[in-house]
Design a protein around this ligand. Structure first.
Ligand SMILES: C[S@@+](CC[C@H](N)C(=O)[O-])C[C@H]1O[C@@H](n2cnc3c(N)ncnc32)[C@H](O)[C@@H]1O
Length: 511
């Protein structure tokens, strides 16, 4: 039997109990906002801080329901509540959120409803690594479009799924949801709720200091959704604390776009459209120890510290997001072995064209076989992703996807080879460094920065995405800057798309 880490159960069940003081602070905020529930529901109540605080703050309650999978917690809470007046209307149960028939139960409860609490903070990836089973059964919930989108993803928070379920129970009723969660989770939930046109009246996201309350290094918030059958609001006010009177910004859906700063987006809306040049992601290989090499004289050292001699044909100077973020671009630290020019290309030809490289790759084939991602399954050996003619464009305008700044960097060749990027970067392929420099100027201009900034959620793990970059209309931007004459050429004559054009425009001389 494999041994589980000592706190594995705590991690599996996302068990971070809310301090009573924070639960009280949240309840008094809800009271100030006019919340007067008849039914109070805590679907993962733990030791019951929220229920204890709610009983103190909402005098008109008629029924209370608390559920948790942890029997010790529920029994502890029972001992806290058994002597209270009206305890016969407080229903506690040891049960699994994923197995309970919530919809029927909630239908019967007196309205208005308040669902509050703090669902588990754990991702399915963490559960997978612990061998945990605290997951929803996907097949039971086909009717929830967003769920498929969420559970189909490689990594999702268990609370995302739980919160989407709770929104479904409350939709069309007079109800309030007040839940602590990661800000990233709140955003995803709202995006889905707005897409599904749920009947939301008002939504607030209020930042909470998770380090103080839970000793957790995450961006957390209180998500408050007020439902009303006649309403269909599509925006949320974002406050920097529980106490703040004025919102820091307003997020929402505008003309089908998910916007991080609505007033700012509206100011720069005329730049919205589709980029005339397709933004690309860098090369994905998932085998850094073998594919990323350091040049030592005429040889290359890999991540296992082995030194190899190889043909230069398949080696390219590599830049990663950290290089871009620190503008370390003059002299790339690493080289990337790129065995394919396009996705799915047969790699067997390397045996003939570059026997030393083939020998190198074959020596480490086990490292490639260990790549777990399904994208590499049934593909030629040593396959890559995010590779195409654009990867070898002689110049690029690149940006780090992981850093929290909009800094577009023009890149040319190095050692007479095009520089390549890894999948932590995005870029526009260009046919010359002059074109890359012009585009970088355009993209680093204030209007471009303000427009893109209005779409970016800076607290996200990967704040800058291709979808966001692609929404900036380069023609409109050139017009805005009065630079049409200078920029039109590069916007209208991007990196050649046809293979024949490509070969004409640049070649790949050896280093
Ligand atoms: C972040 S803690 C919060 C507890 C409580 N809501 C609070 O605010 O103090 C998450 C709680 O979810 C419970 N939990 C985890 N998975 C559950 C499941 N599948 N069904 C019911 N409760 C669950 C845990 O036992 C834990 O008490």
């Amino acid at each position: 039997m494999t041994r589980r880490p000592r706190n594995a159960r705590r991690v599996e069940f996302g068990d971070f109990q809310t301090p009573l003081s924070l639960a009280k602070q949240i309840c008094s905020l809800l009271v100030r906002q006019g919340c007067q529930p008849a039914s109070i529901i805590e679907p993962t109540c733990g030791r019951g801080s929220f229920l204890l605080a709610a009983l103190e703050h909402f005098p008109r309650w008629q029924t209370v329901l608390g559920v948790d999978v942890n029997a010790q917690y529920v029994h502890f809470l029972e001992t806290q509540l058994c002597d209270r007046p009206g305890h016969d209307k407080i229903h506690l149960a040891v049960d699994n959120f994923f197995k309970r028939d919530w919809a029927t139960e909630i239908e019967r409860l007196p309205k208005p409803l308040l669902v509050l609490g703090n669902p588990p903070w754990v991702t399915n990836a963490t559960l997978g690594s612990l061998g945990g089973k605290n997951l929803p059964k996907k097949s039971n919930h086909k009717n929830l479009n967003g769920l498929d989108a969420i559970t189909g993803k490689s990594n999702f928070d268990i609370s995302e799924w739980m919160l989407l379920e709770m929104l479904k129970w409350l939709n069309g009723r007079e109800a309030t949801l007040a839940m602590l969660c990661k800000t990233g989770v709140a955003r995803k939930i709202l995006q889905e709720a707005w897409k599904q046109e749920l009947h939301l009246e008002t939504v607030e996201i209020r930042e909470v200091d998770a380090a103080k309350a839970f000793q957790a290094a995450v961006d957390a918030c209180l998500l408050i959704c007020k439902f009303c059958p006649q309403s269909s609001s599509r925006h949320a006010e974002w406050f920097s604390s529980l106490e703040a009177h004025l919102p820091r910004c307003s997020i929402g859906i505008h003309q089908g776009r998910f916007v991080a700063d609505l007033p700012r987006f509206q100011k720069w809306e005329h730049l919205a459209g589709r980029s005339q040049i397709q933004w690309r992601s860098g090369i994905k290989h998932d085998c850094a120890k073998i594919m990323e090499l350091q040049k030592e004289g005429a040889r290359y050292r890999n991540g296992l510290h082995d030194l190899w001699e190889m043909e230069e044909e398949y080696l390219y100077p590599l830049l990663k997001s950290s290089d871009l973020a620190h503008r370390r671009i003059e002299c790339p630290r690493k080289w990337l072995l790129v065995p394919q020019r396009f996705i799915g290309e047969d790699t067997l030809q390397i045996r003939e064209s570059a026997p030393k490289t083939w020998n190198y790759l074959k020596t480490y084939i086990e490292h490639f076989n260990r790549r777990t991602s399904s994208i590499y399954r049934n593909r030629p050996p040593f396959s890559l992703f995010g590779v195409g003619e654009y990867s070898f464009a002689p110049a690029k305008v690149a940006i780090s996807a992981l850093h929290k700044k909009l800094d577009f960097i023009p890149l040319g060749r190095y050692a007479r080879k095009p520089m390549v990027l890894d999948d932590t970067c995005y870029f526009l392929p260009c046919s010359s460094i002059a074109q890359a420099e012009s585009l970088a100027l355009l993209l680093n201009s204030s209007p471009a920065q303000k427009f893109l900034g209005s779409l970016i959620f800076w607290d996200a793990k990967r704040p800058i995405t291709i979808e966001i970059l692609q929404q900036l209309d380069l023609n409109a931007l050139a017009r805005e800057l009065g630079k049409e004459a200078t920029y039109l050429d590069c916007v209208e004559n991007p990196f050649p798309k046809k293979r024949a054009d490509l070969q004409k425009s640049f070649s790949f001389p050896s280093v």
